[in-house]
Design a protein around this ligand. Structure first.
Ligand code: DNN
Length: 273
């Protein structure tokens, strides 16, 4: 259901910049933004990747997960989380052969890079019928050691990156991802941002501005905890004001029914009209 909704949104995407027009519409591509850090963007990305890869149809044949900015690395590695956890989530499903890979393109000099810098693992699942081959590629673009905001890590660790470089490396990875499926089925792509919608990137530019050029349809991971209604609405409106299409708002249930309030508020709001 969510997949169908996201697919419809991806196809409705307007092509208003050189980056977005370069992204083929056959590859549903989503930005995953959060109302704050720690709200579960990586869990949602992992769940989405697993549910796409569980499909026993040939398509989608691949999921490309990109984490453009990772701090706290390598202890914090959202790409690592998907690489380790998604194969286990695929396991109970249908016949499939999954190849998962992980790599990091540009770690700061202060980072102790895992060795080898690229890993790959293959999984075969028992099941009936013809096994569909699937790929999961998890990639971190820039990584810093300290678990702080990217602008601060960049300053402290002497690796600042200009916005144009972040964008062009991201664009190159998205374009390269086209070859993942080898034409056997759609390639879905997820771009998980760092922290909240307005958390700064390495140059200090807010990430909601940094990635605006791509015009990616967006999944907002809201906050189901106390204070999360306000945080989620602020994040949502921050995205809408910048012209993002927010395809879905997903939040953890912390027992406060934040989802019910948000749904009823948004249904009656100017934004939803
Ligand atoms: C350390 C970990 N990687 C976090 N997700 C980074 C979050 C940065 C948030 C910056 C901020 O908005 O104050």
């Amino acid at each position: 259901m969510l997949r169908r909704l996201l697919l419809r949104q991806a196809r409705r995407r307007h092509c208003s910049s050189s980056f977005s027009s370069a992204l083929p519409l056959s590859s549903p591509t989503f930005a995953v933004f959060g109302a704050n850090t720690g709200v579960g963007k990586t869990l949602v990305s992992a769940g989405l990747a697993a549910s796409l890869l569980r499909s026993h149809a040939a398509s989608p044949s691949a999921v490309l997960y990109l984490k453009p900015l990772q701090t706290g690395f390598p202890a914090d590695s959202d790409a690592g989380f998907l690489y380790r956890r998604v194969p286990a989530l695929v396991r109970p499903s249908h016949a499939a052969h999954l190849v998962a890979s992980i790599d990091t393109l540009s770690p700061a000099p202060s980072v102790e890079t895992p060795s080898p810098s690229r890993e790959e693992a293959a999984f075969s699942y028992d099941g009936e019928g013809k096994a569909a081959r699937k790929l999961l590629a998890c990639r971190t673009l820039y990584a810093w050691r300290e678990a702080v905001s990217p602008h601060l890590a960049a300053e402290r660790e002497g690796m600042t990156v200009e916005d144009a470089h972040v964008r062009s490396l991201l664009a190159a990875c998205l374009a390269e991802g086209e070859n993942l499926g080898k034409g056997e089925g759609d390639v879905w792509k997820l771009v998980e941002t760092a922290g909240g919608v307005a958390s700064p990137g390495p140059s200090g530019t807010l990430q909601c501005d940094l990635y605006r050029h791509f015009r990616l349809p967006t999944i907002l991971v809201g906050d189901g905890c106390l204070g999360g209604i306000s945080g989620t609405l602020s994040a949502y409106e921050t995205l809408l004001l910048r012209g993002y299409d927010v395809s879905a708002v997903i939040l953890e249930d912390c027992g406060l029914s934040n989802d019910k309030f948000l749904l009823s508020y948004l249904r009656n709001s100017f934004w939803f009209a």
